[in-house]
Design a protein around this ligand. Sequence first.
Ligand SMILES: Cc1cc2nc3c(=O)[nH]c(=O)nc-3n(C[C@H](O)[C@H](O)[C@H](O)COP(=O)(O)OP(=O)(O)OC[C@H]3O[C@@H](n4cnc5c(N)ncnc54)[C@H](O)[C@@H]3O)c2cc1C
Length: 405
Amino acid sequence: MKQYDVIIVGGGAAGFFTAINIKEKNESLSVAILEKGKEVLQKVKISGGGRCNVTHACFEPKELTEFYPRGKRELLGPFHQFMTGDTMEWFENHGVPLKIEADNRIFPQSNSSQSIIDCFLNATHQLGIEVLKNTGVTAIDKIEDVWKVSTKESEFECNKLVITAGSSKQMWKLLASLEHNVVEPVPSLFTFNIKDPLLQDLPGVSVQNVEVSIKDTKLTSTGPLLITHWGTSGPAVLKLSAFGAILLAEKDYQYQVKVNWLNCNGQHALDVLFQMKKKQAKSIIEKYSPFETISKRLWHRFLEVCAINGQTKWADISNKKLEALAEKLTNTVFHAQGKSTFKDEFVTAGGVKLKEVNFKRFESKLHPNLFFAGEILNIDAVTGGFNFQNAWTGGWVISETIAYS
Ligand SMILES: Cc1cc2nc3c(=O)[nH]c(=O)nc-3n(C[C@H](O)[C@H](O)[C@H](O)COP(=O)(O)OP(=O)(O)OC[C@H]3O[C@@H](n4cnc5c(N)ncnc54)[C@H](O)[C@@H]3O)c2cc1C
């Protein structure tokens, strides 16, 4: 039976960050990371297309919480303790210079997730943290004040147990056996599968500043939309998928999506079209798009689906046709059938119920000395570095609690 002061279950982002910060603050504690895989930090490796989007250039806690469909309220306090600016400082101090890109995502200057992995592995080595691979935890028991953690081959004991096992159904089951409630996991961050003549053969066409909403719900988002081979993607769609993760799962991914391609009201679009009719009376309608965010290719497609011959002069188009065009531009309704994964970046909504966690310490309210960080919790965010920020913040707060208690 091996004994440690602290055992961390899960050798991913949250696990390593927690372990390193505990040891840096209190080197007298013995700390071990138990990882079921034969390699650690596998998700970090593939994250951000191999570049690891570590965090996001949003430096106001309240504003930052808005990116979390689940965890928004709970993370506000913790973000006052450790957030994006602290993450940047932490990595810079640990020899990983970062850079902020135009869209505010933050990456290592090396453009390689390996820099983060090397940083973590060097730190654990230097600090004497034991990293035990091929060590999948299969049972957790509490005997008086001591945690007993079992794998198929061995048993461990510790005073403080930190669960950073990510989206692990097996771990959620173990936690349920400790009376914790788990919100059923459903996918978040997905693209919408839509077959529609308006989108056909236009993959790669994007439109800035679109409003996308799910019909008959309050779910709505704005931002760029990208047409793909299978339907629609882009920040506006991904954000909607994250905020609608539970509802859309309930609808079995069959729902109606409303797209306002101009993010303006129908009357405004119609006014622009009427002005064109007046001012460009002799030009043919397909010559150019009167809306700067709608590319020529997409403009031609709008004309096609509204049965308007592109060779027609503006003057010769009936007001009725222009009204139909304005309606299509500001209120297209698609029928979504199913979803696709966004760049293999599958994030799960669901996990340990947040009501059962004390977010001043990221500690279980049911069991003292049991802590959670990262994706094991029912916290997830839109794409952009926010999911890792949740892992870093949780890990930091736990390290403060454990190191100084
Ligand atoms: C392809 C992809 C790209 C992504 N890119 C980004 C990005 O650029 N930026 C961003 O912010 N987020 C990104 N994410 C999300 C981000 O990777 C996760 O939110 C983050 O890794 C969660 O960290 P974690 O430590 O909680 O879980 P994980 O990183 O999943 O680590 C959990 C670890 O626990 C281990 N484990 C599970 N069960 C047990 C057990 N019973 N015993 C022992 N060990 C166990 C697992 O093997 C795993 O190593 C991406 C996700 C994917 C899939």
